[in-house]
Design a protein around this ligand. Structure first.
Ligand code: C2E
Ligand code: MG
Ligand code: MG
Ligand code: MG
Length: 283
């Protein structure tokens, strides 16, 4: 079998390797069946605007309830799904499901969906997005697509065309996990982003680290000069919230202001918020 991995590649068989490969293979088989068996669902994490102190949208995050393993984190199965190509169908499903939910919400808040770099390689992402919009009848301006730098690094001229096409449909585009990965500032100039999501690693410790604070300030200033909004990811404490507010972030997302919610709970939050008062108590 080692030969099949490619000529000239050396593989060392340690004890436990066969078992690990078997485990991986089993996971692969399970993952391919997850979607048809209805084991995937989406949860929705609230996004709040710091100027209006109100709920402005949700990010859709995928969950896998595996019959034996229980709830498997996307961090553990998205990379495998990308490797085996299953992310294409899974991502298309997530997009449709998120659009369908958002179209049925009692208030016109936004929904953000994560796209994998692998989905860009199919060459039909534009078609996938426009058909999800048509099928759900969701107003395009209510859809935000989150992409990481990984998608931009390869074939960047083809990607540019796709991103421009997506924007022509009227959807918003956000750069996710900004500051991790390669973060070339050139990307911000070259690609038509509407928003930057500042990675949680800069938010963590922002209230005690002068350096992180300065970095966040620089990002928000750059973003606003380029006409982009900024969302601080992973806000867990009031101190962090105050810091990112002072440094000019537009929006926040994190456990402090809301954990990812089931679609029922997301709907209840919308019903409740807008029935009682539309402001969240952030001031
Ligand atoms: P992401 O897009 O950066 O999503 C944010 C992640 O941070 C989510 O993890 C969320 O639950 C977590 N998070 C949010 N607030 C906090 C906080 O205050 N503290 C901490 N410690 N964590 C927080 P999750 O749901 O496990 O998703 C992990 C990653 O998996 C996502 O990172 C995204 O890259 C990927 N992912 C999730 N759903 C999809 C999907 O439908 N398609 C694709 N391609 N990727 C997805
Ligand atoms: Mg995201
Ligand atoms: Mg993110
Ligand atoms: Mg992140």
């Amino acid at each position: 079998r080692a030969k099949a991995e490619g000529r000239g590649s050396y593989r060392f068989y340690e004890p436990g390797m066969d078992e690990r490969m078997q485990q991986r293979r089993a996971m692969e088989i399970d993952l391919r069946r997850a979607l048809p068996l209805g084991q995937l669902h989406l949860v929705y994490q609230p996004k709040l605007n710091l100027q209006s102190n109100s709920l402005v949208g949700f990010e859709a995050l995928i969950r896998w309830s595996h019959p034996q393993r229980g709830l498997v984190s996307p961090a553990d199965f998205i990379p495998l799904a990308e490797e085996i190509g299953a992310i294409v169908n899974i991502g298309e499903w997530a997009l449709r499901e998120a659009c369908r939910q958002a179209a049925s919400w009692p208030k016109p808040v936004s929904v953000a969906v994560n796209l994998s770099p692998v989905q860009f390689r199919t060459g039909k992402i534009l078609q996938t997005v426009s058909s999800a919009l048509a099928y759900s009848r969701l107003e395009p301006s209510r859809l935000e697509l989150e992409i990481t730098e990984g998608a931009l690094m390869e074939h960047s001229s083809a990607i540019l065309g796709v991103l421009n096409g997506l924007r022509a449909l009227g959807v918003r585009i956000a750069m996710d996990d900004f500051g991790t990965g390669y973060s070339s500032l050139g990307y911000l100039q070259k690609f038509p982003f509407d928003a930057i999501k500042i990675d949680r690693s800069f938010v963590r410790g922002i209230d005690t680290s002068a350096e992180r604070r300065v970095i966040v300030r620089a990002i928000t200033q750059l973003a606003s000069a380029l006409g982009m909004t900024t969302t601080a990811e992973g806000i867990e404490t009031w101190a962090q919230l105050e810091c990112v507010r002072e440094e000019g972030c537009t929006d926040v997302q994190g456990y402090l202001t809301g954990r990812p919610l089931s679609r029922e709970a997301a709907r209840m939050l919308l019903d409740h918020r807008f029935a009682e008062n539309s402001e969240m108590d952030l001031a």
